[in-house]
Ligand binder design. Structure first.
Ligand SMILES: [Zn+2]
Length: 245
């Protein structure tokens, strides 16, 4: 997995990720946020609170230090919640370079279910034994929230935040998007399956364990093929020139 080390490209890919997430309906108006670690390692890019995902461009992104200091860009309103969550994760998880926070209706519904994400679809099997859980405690306005968040996340790449939403992360931006997409599809399928009232069939544990290995080992750079296809969709002119990795 090749990690991008150029702030211009990191900004460009993050702006594209906002646009793609908007296209997929994975935004929540001006709420929630996506971020990418800056090349220097000790800061991250994030959009200013107040923009819609479809409005984000390379130039509108802000650069913020882990402690919440804004280094570059202008914001409409200081959004400490966003910075606490993202800064704490980047500080604790050196392997992660991209963090996506979402509030989707189906994701929130599954986050409120005691059993969490059930292995009842192939989408969900991408995340078999891969979802962490974080109990709800109002807005993440103080640092202790950040500490609890990272201890709950552990070494995973996805987390359901109870009664609130989800968080997916990646070493690359396409990996974070890959998990966000599959988690959302899995949550939709689970909500539909449970609301049908039908008796559900779950694959045996051994099958689930083999499947998640097969699915995640299927591509050598997880999510890159999908990413390029989405970039062509939201920015047809960039076609295959866009270097995501
Ligand atoms: Zn949130």
């Amino acid at each position: 997995v090749a990690v991008v080390n150029d702030n211009h490209l990191i900004r460009k890919n993050l702006a594209l990720a906002y646009n793609i997430m908007a296209h997929l309906g994975l935004d929540d108006h001006t709420y929630t946020h996506l971020s990418s670690r800056a090349a220097e390692g000790d800061a991250f890019f994030i959009y200013p609170f107040g923009l819609r995902y479809d409005e984000v461009t390379t130039d509108s992104l802000m650069k913020v230090k882990f402690d919440g200091t804004v280094l570059e860009g202008n914001e409409y309103q200081y959004n400490k919640t966003g910075y606490v969550i993202h800064g704490a994760i980047y500080e604790a998880r050196k392997d992660l370079n991209h963090v996506f926070h979402t509030h989707t209706v189906n994701g929130v519904a599954v986050s409120s279910m005691k059993q969490g994400l059930m292995p009842i679809s192939q989408w969900a099997l991408h995340l078999y034994d891969g979802v962490a859980y974080h109990d709800y405690d109002s807005l993440a306005l103080d640092d202790s929230q950040g500490n609890r968040l990272i201890s709950d996340l552990g070494n995973k790449f996805a987390m359901l935040m109870r009664n609130h939403g989800a968080l997916t992360a990646g070493r690359t931006i396409h990996e974070a998007l890959f998990y966000a997409y599959h988690l959302e599809k899995a949550c939709i399928a689970q909500c539909l399956a449970l609301s049908s009232g039908a008796e559900l069939i779950l694959p045996p544990k051994e099958v689930c364990e083999k499947t998640v290995k097969d699915l995640l080992g299927f591509e050598k750079d997880l999510g890159l093929r999908d990413w390029n296809a989405w970039v062509r969709l939201v920015k047809p002119s960039s076609l295959f020139n866009s270097k995501a990795a």
